[in-house]
Design a protein around this ligand. Structure first.
Ligand code: ADP
Ligand code: MG
Length: 514
C-alpha cells in the first residue's frame, strides 16, 4: 500500500485494493490496463485466413470474440463519477454548510456517517472539487485537503502530511510573488516611473518585501515523516496554514480508523485551532463507516466535530439499479448485458447492506467471467458466479489478515470439522488450540479469551456460533464453519507460522483418546 493517498484525485483506494487482489483471486489484475483496451483497436482481428492457423498464439482466441466492455475503467473503485444519483440530498446538505467558506467565514464541522459503499467518499470528493472550482472562480481563498486515515493513521502522520501540503502551497505562492516583484524591479531599473503604477512608493520598500519573502521561504522546512516531536509538527502545520488568509476544509476520511488506532488527540488539536489562528480558519469534515465511533471521543471533541451530522443510508435495490445502469451504459458494449444482469447485481448488493461498491464489483466481475467464457453477452449465471467469487475473495482476505491467535483458533475448528466432529463446543476447540500452540511455540490464551476470539470469528462471518442450553449443565456454544473448508485451510497454511504444522492428525486423535 502507498502512504500518499491524500490527493482527492489520486486513483488509489486502499480499501478497494485490499478486497480485490487476493491469494485466490481470479485473472483480473487491478494495476494493468485491460488487454482489449490497449491492443484491440490496433489489430484487425476479423481477417484471419487459414495460413494464419499455424501461427495462432495464446491470445488469438481471446482476441477474436466480440469484446464485452467498452470502457471497464468506469466500473473500477478508482473511478470518480460526476453524477451521483440518490445522493442529491446529502450533497446539497454538504454544500449548504460549506458555502459559508466561499463567503469567507468558517463552516461548521461536519460528521458524515454511513456503511461502506454508500457513496460517502465519492460524494465528499465531488463536493470538494466543486468547492475548489468555485472558490477559484470567485477568487475566494478556500482550500480542501483530503486525508484517508486508513492509510495515514497516526497524529504525527496526519499533521505532517497537512503541514507539508500547506508548506508546498505557501512556497508556490511565495515563488509567484517573488517572480512578480522581480519583474517589477527590473522594469523600474529601466524606467523608474514604472513604480508609480505599483503598490510601492520606493525601491527600498520593494526590496524589503523581496527580502521578507526570501526569508519566509527559508523558514518553511518540510516535516520529515518521522522523528520530530509531535508538538513541533503541529506548530509547523499551524504556521503553514496561518501564513495567509484562507478557509481550509480538512476532510478526514475513515476517521474512525484514526481514532481506533491513535485516539482522539488529532481531532482535539485540530478542533481547537480556530481560537488561535489569526489569518486563516479551519473546518473539519469527518467521514466514518462506524456509527458509534463518537462514543470513544472526548466530549469536547465530540460536540465540536458533530456540529452538523449527515447520514448516508444504505441504497435499496432500485437505487442500486439506477447507479449500475448509469455506469453500465458507459462501461459495456451496446447489447452486452442481458436483461436480468443489473437487477440481480442490485439485489445481491442490496442484501449486502446496500453497498454500491459491491454492486459495481459484481457487475464488473460478471463481465469478466463472460469475457473469459468468450461469449458475447453477460448472463444471469455470470452474476451468480461473480457473487461466489467475490464472497470467496472476501473470506480469503479476512482470514489472511486475522491475528495469529485467531488463525490458530480457526485452524482448530477446521481440524475438528475435517475429522467429522459436528456441533463443536468451545472446550473441544480449546483442547486442539492448546496443542497447536505448543506445536508452533505460540502463547496459550485462556479459554475465556479463546471464547472471545470465537465470537469475533462469528462476527466476521467465518464461523457460526450459537449458544445452546444444556439444561442444568448450563449453556455452551455450538460452533460450525461458515466458509469453505479447503480454501480456508489453504489460506491458514500459507501463513508461515501455521505452515510449520506439518502433521496435524495426531492432535485430533489425541483429543479423542483423552
Ligand atoms: P463509501 O465511501 O461510502 O464506502 P464510496 O463513495 O467509495 O463509498 O462508493 C463506493 C463505490 O460506489 C464507488 O465506486 C462509487 O463511485 C460508487 N457509488 C456510490 N454511490 C454512488 C452513486 N450514488 N452514484 C454512482 N456511483 C456511486
Ligand atoms: Mg469511503
Amino acid at each position: 500500500m502507498t502512504d500518499s493517498n491524500d490527493d482527492p484525485k489520486a486513483p488509489i483506494d486502499p480499501e478497494d485494493d485490499a478486497s480485490s487482489s487476493t491469494a485466490l483471486g481470479g485473472p483480473d489484475d487491478q494495476s494493468t490496463p485491460d488487454l482489449d483496451d490497449v491492443v484491440l483497436d490496433n489489430l484487425d482481428t476479423g481477417t484471419g485466413d487459414s495460413s494464419d492457423e499455424a501461427s495462432r498464439g495464446l491470445f488469438d482466441d481471446l482476441l477474436e470474440g466480440e469484446p464485452i466492455f467498452e470502457n471497464k475503467e468506469v466500473l473500477r473503485p478508482s473511478y470518480t463519477p460526476h453524477k451521483l444519483p440518490h445522493r442529491e440530498e446529502q450533497i446539497n446538505n454538504m454544500a449548504t454548510i460549506l458555502v459559508t467558506a466561499l463567503r469567507g467565514d468558517t463552516p461548521s464541522n461536519i460528521l458524515i456517517y454511513g456503511k461502506t459503499g454508500t457513496g460517502k467518499t465519492a460524494s465528499a470528493k465531488f463536493v470538494s472539487e466543486e468547492l475548489e472550482t468555485t472558490s477559484q472562480k470567485y477568487e475566494v481563498p478556500c482550500e480542501v485537503e483530503y486525508i484517508n486515515c486508513e492509510v495515514t493513521d497516526t497524529q504525527y502522520r496526519v499533521l505532517a502530511q497537512l503541514a507539508n501540503k500547506f508548506i508546498n502551497k505557501n512556497l508556490d505562492v511565495i515563488d509567484e510573488r517573488i517572480a512578480e516583484l522581480e519583474e517589477l524591479q527590473s522594469r523600474v531599473r529601466d524606467d523608474p516611473s514604472a513604480l508609480d503604477e505599483s503598490d510601492y512608493d520606493t525601491v527600498a520598500a520593494l526590496e524589503a518585501d523581496l527580502a521578507d519573502l526570501e526569508a519566509d521561504k527559508d523558514e518553511f522546512e518540510e516535516v520529515p515523516m518521522t522523528g520530530w516531536p509531535t508538538d513541533r509538527v503541529y506548530s509547523s502545520f499551524f504556521d503553514a496554514v496561518d501564513y495567509h488568509e484562507r478557509v481550509v476544509v480538512i476532510m478526514l476520511d475513515e476517521i474512525d480508523k484514526l481514532v481506533e488506532k491513535s485516539g482522539d488527540d488529532t481531532l482535539y488539536n485540530l478542533s481547537r485551532m480556530n481560537s488561535e489562528l489569526e489569518n486563516s480558519r479551519v473546518s473539519i469534515m469527518g467521514i466514518s463507516n462506524d456509527l458509534k465511533f463518537t462514543d470513544f471521543l472526548d466530549p469536547r471533541v465530540k460536540s465540536s466535530l458533530g456540529e452538523e451530522e449527515i447520514v448516508f443510508p444504505p441504497y435499496d435495490a432500485n437505487q442500486l439499479r439506477d447507479i449500475l445502469q448509469a455506469r453500465a451504459d458507459v462501461a459495456f458494449k451496446g447489447n452486452a448485458l442481458t436483461e436480468d444482469v443489473i437487477p440481480l447485481c442490485a439485489a445481491f448488493a442490496a442484501q449486502e447492506h446496500g453497498d454500491a461498491r459491491r454492486a459495481l464489483d459484481l457487475l464488473r466481475t460478471a463481465g469478466e467471467l463472460a469475457e473469459r467464457d468468450q461469449i458475447d453477452n453477460v448472463e444471469e449465471d455470470h452474476v451468480r458466479q461473480a457473487q461466489e467469487k467475490i464472497e470467496l475473495d472476501r473470506v480469503v482476505e479476512v482470514v489472511r489478515t486475522l491475528p495469529t491467535q485467531s488463525k490458530i483458533v480457526l485452524f482448530a475448528i477446521i481440524l475438528l470439522e475435517k475429522n467429522g466432529v459436528h456441533n463443536i463446543n468451545t472446550g473441544e476447540v480449546f483442547n486442539i488450540y492448546k496443542n497447536l500452540c505448543a506445536e508452533i511455540d505460540a502463547d496459550v490464551l485462556t479459554q475465556r479469551r479463546v471464547t472471545d476470539l470465537i465470537s469475533e470469528l462469528d462476527m466476521l462471518g467465518i464461523v457460526n456460533a450459537v449458544v445452546v442450553s444444556k439444561g442444568r449443565y448450563g449453556r455452551t456454544k455450538e460452533i460450525s464453519l461458515s466458509v469453505p473448508t479447503e480454501e480456508t485451510e489453504a489460506v491458514l497454511l500459507s501463513d508461515s507460522r501455521l505452515g510449520d504444522i506439518d502433521d496435524v492428525q495426531p492432535f485430533v486423535q489425541a483429543r479423542f483418546d483423552n
